[in-house]
Structure formats: structure tokens, C-alpha cells
Design a protein around this ligand. Structure first.
Ligand SMILES: [Zn+2]
Length: 90
């Protein structure tokens, strides 16, 4: 799910109370966008308590919106984000 600010068109993957760009509070919800191509990733070998011992932090581009996701498999090419927020290569 991508949230698009009704005022300035800013898009974000995470639902926010206010648009980080213009401060507006109304968003459109864009369904069905959960695939994008990998821009860059970082392998984390030290992670917060409660998470896996290692994972990749990925920045992917979904229709022009850059979003972060976490992958348990080595990321490459086109990535898909699942409902739990974890992404994986297709
Ligand atoms: Zn805005």
C-alpha cells in the first residue's frame, strides 16, 4: 500500500499522520503496488533485539516511490513486498 498526499502528491509507504513534505493530513491509498526494483541494499549483521540476527535493508523503487523494506534473502532485481513488510526477490 502506498499513501499519496492529496495536497502535494508526495508518496510514502508508511502511513503517517501528516505529510512530511507539506504537513497535510489527507492521503489517497494506492492499492496493489507491491513490486519494485532494487536500488541499493545493505546487509546488517548487527540488528535490533527481536529481529533476525542478520538481514538486508533494501531501498526499492515502486512506480517512482522509493521505499525501505527488510529482506531475509539476498536482494536482487525485482523485489516484492509482502503484507508483513518483509520483501524478497521474485
Ligand atoms: Zn503533502
Amino acid at each position: 500500500m502506498i499513501y499519496r498526499c492529496k495536497n502535494c502528491d508526495y508518496k510514502t509507504w508508511i502511513k503517517r499522520a501528516r505529510c512530511p513534505k507539506c504537513g497535510a493530513i489527507e492521503f489517497d491509498e494506492i492499492q496493489g503496488d507491491n513490486k519494485g526494483y532494487l536500488l541499493i541494499s545493505w546487509k546488517l549483521r548487527v540488528t535490533p533485539d527481536g529481529f533476525e540476527d542478520a538481514y538486508w535493508l533494501c531501498l526499492i523503487n515502486i512506480n517512482g516511490t522509493k521505499v525501505f523494506c527488510r529482506s531475509l534473502k539476498e536482494p536482487k532485481g525485482v523485489m516484492i513486498i509482502k503484507d508483513n513488510g518483509i520483501c524478497e526477490p521474485m
